[in-house]
Design a protein around this ligand. Structure first.
Ligand code: MG
Length: 492
């Protein structure tokens, strides 16, 4: 028997859901099929829908307040109330003028950022960053926080995650990762470069490989589709309609391959959310970090393993003839080159978390007012040097590399590393990878999906990430699992 107030909430929530559904389709179309000149009307329509969604959500406030006083709510009902309170918090505490200003400032900043990165000139971007930081601090003040103002921003991406959590995670992870990285680099088994990185491929042939890969991953043809976009993404349009995109640069086929596997991991999560959660605020992932753990699990733990290379061999051999010149071990090494690079999106498993650590450090100081935007390039390079022992030569390969700041996203980057940690916690649960290896040797993808579905996916956003992780693993974050995974994979 559903609590009557929650039942009323869900009845009225259908409108919010329908608006979100429509915006998701528009957003997907914008990135995949829309002709360029469609962007202006698309912007107008999306803006109007966003206003309607905000109004429809705010109108739920009295009912949500009532439900918050109700006793004997079950986990599902409490989850609905909690998730709605989080969006109400944002809508009620951040006035429309501020939302508007953020929208205007970030739209312009993103255009300037592109030019600034191309010219590798931080000075062009600096005044925009100053505005964005001012607005982000205002958002933090209005949302409220205890301790560090950055906590308010971290919480928007990872509910309940704080500066003190992140400090603990990085303090436990970085020094030991550095020792592993130095050893792996000194051993020279995992090469810094591989000849396949420069081999050109035929896009249509690669599209057939990606088609076979989603089939190998048992993506359901009637609930899933794959298209092409500049930056790969996943969008959950409904519980039975999840879409991914991939990209084709035409060189080094692993980039396209692992984009497909990564986004499929996000899609598997979306498709695994319980049917009871459809059309409710819970029909989503638990957090950015948990979502990323799913994509990283499939991309890295599964996709970059020796067993998966063997599963890929038939389609690679059939569609990309040049691959025949390389044996399975060579392909495995191509998938797992290890090098200290400056660009996060090109980073391998071992160096990836250094990149997020640098951004986390710098962001935290900016939001605290300890670093001004004009000092950012210098501080960025110093921090990068301190962490990885190499120094970016210019702004393009330093502080300007990622789009996030220009879009006003402060507090995002740590969730990438949380994704890596939680993926390794899953690896640990699966007998330090033995259960994964056994499943892949039998080409048994379904049993892996079943484990994830039963333990993580079916709950959707019912529980906050730390609660969900504690339920599954008995603890929220354990960096030792990621370190153990690195050691077993790269050093054993
Ligand atoms: Mg992702």
């Amino acid at each position: 028997m559903v609590n009557p107030v929650v039942r009323d909430i869900l009845k009225r929530y259908t409108q919010v859901w329908a608006l979100g559904h429509s915006m998701a389709v528009l957003g997907w179309d914008t990135e995949t099929h829309m002709p360029e000149a469609g962007s202006k009307p698309r912007g107008m329509a999306s803006g109007q829908l966003a206003v309607l969604a905000q109004k429809a959500t705010v109108s739920l406030d009295p009912l949500v307040k009532k439900a918050e006083k109700a006793r004997n709510l079950d986990d599902w009902e409490m989850g609905i109330v909690r998730v709605l309170r989080r969006s109400l918090d944002y809508y009620l505490k951040i006035p429309p003028e501020l939302v508007d200003e953020i929208q205007r400032v970030t739209t312009e900043a993103t255009v300037v950022w592109r030019t600034a990165r191309k010219k590798s000139d931080f000075r062009l971007f600096r005044p925009h960053l100053e505005n964005i930081v001012r607005l982000q601090r205002e958002v933090a003040d209005r949302l409220g926080y205890s301790g560090h103002p950055y906590n308010a921003l971290l919480d928007m991406f990872e509910e309940g995650f704080t500066v003190s959590d992140a400090d603990d995670v990085y303090a436990a992870l970085i020094p030991k990762s550095r020792r592993i990285l130095e050893k792996v680099t000194a051993e020279g088994i995992y090469p810094p470069k591989h000849p396949l990185e420069s081999v050109v491929y035929d896009t249509e042939a690669m599209a057939r490989v990606n088609g076979d890969v989603v089939e190998l991953l048992k993506m359901p043809a009637d609930r899933f589709r794959m298209d092409v976009s500049t930056h790969p993404f996943t969008t959950q349009i409904a519980s039975d309609d999840v879409r991914i995109t991939t990209r084709y640069e035409g060189r080094s086929f692993k980039e396209s391959l692992f984009s497909t596997i990564h986004e499929s991991g996000h899609a598997i999560y979306g498709l695994g959310v319980g049917a009871k959660l459809a059309y409710t605020p819970l029909a989503d992932g638990a957090s950015y970090g948990v979502h990323e753990s799913q994509s990283r699990f499939w991309e890295n733990v599964v996709g970059r393993s020796r067993e998966f290379v063997r599963l890929l061999r038939p389609t690679l051999g059939k569609n990309l003839p040049f691959v025949k010149r390389y044996d399975d071990e060579q392909l495995y090494l191509y998938f797992n080159t290890v090098r200290k690079s400056f660009i996060r999106v090109e980073a391998d498993e071992l160096t990836y978390n250094f990149h997020t650590a640098v951004r986390y450090d710098v962001e935290k100081k900016i939001i605290a007012g300890e670093v001004t935007p004009s000092e950012v390039p210098e501080i960025w390079n110093d921090t990068f040097d301190e962490y990885l022992g190499v120094r970016p030569k210019n702004d393009a390969e330093g502080a300007l590399q990622d789009v996030h700041w220009s879009g006003g996203s402060f507090g995002y980057f740590a969730t990438y590393t949380l994704g890596n940690i939680v993926a390794a916690m899953i690896w640990h649960k699966m007998k330090d990878g033995d259960a994964i290896r056994e499943a892949l040797e039998k080409k048994d993808i379904i049993s892996l999906k079943k484990w994830l579905g039963t333990n993580i996916h079916r709950y959707g956003a019912t529980y906050p990430p730390k609660v969900l992780q504690t339920k599954v693993f008995g603890e929220a974050y354990n960096t030792d699992r990621l370190l153990a995974y690195f050691e077993k994979k790269f050093l054993a």
